[in-house]
Design a protein around this ligand. Structure first.
Ligand SMILES: [Ca+2]
Length: 114
């Protein structure tokens, strides 16, 4: 199990930003970590950009484990969906907050599906 400081921040970010803002932040996090040419997160792009996410203390092995854990289609990289799912899996609190936000948004009828 990988422990990240980032995941501890996500529930707080989620409460502050609401559902749409949370997804936006997740996408921003993804874009910060991804390989600009390949459009996916690889072990190299993760290593290069990890300092931006406060992950600089993680060893290469831990970063590899993070990718392995999130890589559901086995291509050795994280695409955007894999990354978001991994973030939710790493942070049960986040999932809880997201469900609450979604519920609230549905009640207010403010969910915009694209
Ligand atoms: Ca993958």
């Amino acid at each position: 199990m990988v422990h990240l400081e980032f995941q501890d921040l996500l529930p707080i970010i989620a409460i502050k930003l609401g559902g749409d803002g949370l997804i936006f932040e997740l996408c921003k996090g993804y874009q910060m970590l991804m390989d600009g040419e390949k459009g996916v997160i690889t072990i190299d792009s993760l290593k290069k950009n990890s300092v931006l996410m406060g992950l600089q203390d993680f060893s290469e092995e831990e970063l590899k484990n993070m990718i392995r854990e999130g890589d559901t289609d086995g291509d050795g990289a994280l695409d955007q969906i894999e990354f978001c799912i991994l973030m939710f899996r790493l942070s049960p609190d986040l999932l809880h907050v997201a469900q609450q936000l979604l519920h609230k948004a549905q009640q207010q009828n403010t969910v915009h599906l694209k």
